[in-house]
Design a protein around this ligand. Structure first.
Ligand SMILES: [Zn+2]
Length: 217
């Protein structure tokens, strides 16, 4: 048991200066229960594709359906409770200077880049590749695999639903220095891909860094 907990303990966030996730990079950390993390869109118009897990039981993952159904709203902002597949509250957005975040658009992948844009986009860097790289190298101790990559939140990303019920990728609603704060209701594992997408305007065609910072409650 201690062995299985050790990697989680190593990933627990400490109070320190903000970390920067470079453009196109990935990051994984565990936010202790009852603490707050701030994600800052340092340069503006940057999609931050984020997966959430209960760090004490990685089988409990974020669910877009449970989250949307419970709040009866398609977009995420202050007051949104991020729920797991069983409906449990994993975390809550407690402050948001951007105003709106997406959880319908999913994450970019070699496959979706090929279908949406062109066959020769297959080898372009994608969020799913970043997550898989994280899980197969730096965070291999967690023994997570492709099937653990489920629903995600796209912080700072604008994916409006049209009156016909379609999704469109639009220019970002965010701007330099806008931030979102998330309060953990469990020991919360957070896996971020700082989206490298270049084929649609979700990053303004120019991926930029984001900051991750643990805040005092
Ligand atoms: Zn992406």
């Amino acid at each position: 048991m201690e062995d299985s907990l050790a990697p989680i303990q190593k990933m627990m966030l400490q109070d320190e200066a903000p970390k920067t996730i470079p453009a196109g990079g990935y990051w994984l950390g565990v936010l202790p229960k009852d603490r707050i993390i701030r994600l800052t869109d340092a340069h503006g118009n940057q999609a931050v594709d984020t997966l959430f897990f209960n760090a004490d039981n990685f089988a409990e993952r974020y669910s877009a359906m449970q989250t949307i159904q419970a709040q009866r709203s398609l977009y995420l902002t202050t007051g949104t409770v991020l729920r797991s597949e069983s409906g449990q509250a994993l975390a809550e957005i407690v402050e948001d200077t951007c105003g709106r975040h997406d959880t319908l658009g999913g994450a970019c992948a070699a496959e979706s880049n090929t279908v949406r844009y062109a066959l020769d986009k297959r080898t372009m860097h994608s969020c799913r590749d970043s997550w898989l790289l994280a899980l197969n190298t730096q965070f291999a101790d967690l023994q997570l695999e492709k099937s653990d990559l489920s629903h995600n939140v796209n912080f700072f990303m604008n994916v409006p639903v049209t009156p016909e019920g379609k999704l469109t990728f639009e220019d970002g609603v965010s701007g330099p220095g806008k931030y979102v704060e998330i309060l953990a209701h469990v020991n919360l594992a957070i896996l971020i891909s700082n989206c490298p997408q270049l084929n649609n305007p979700c990053n303004g065609y120019d991926p930029t860094p984001v900051q991750v910072e643990m805040r005092l409650q």
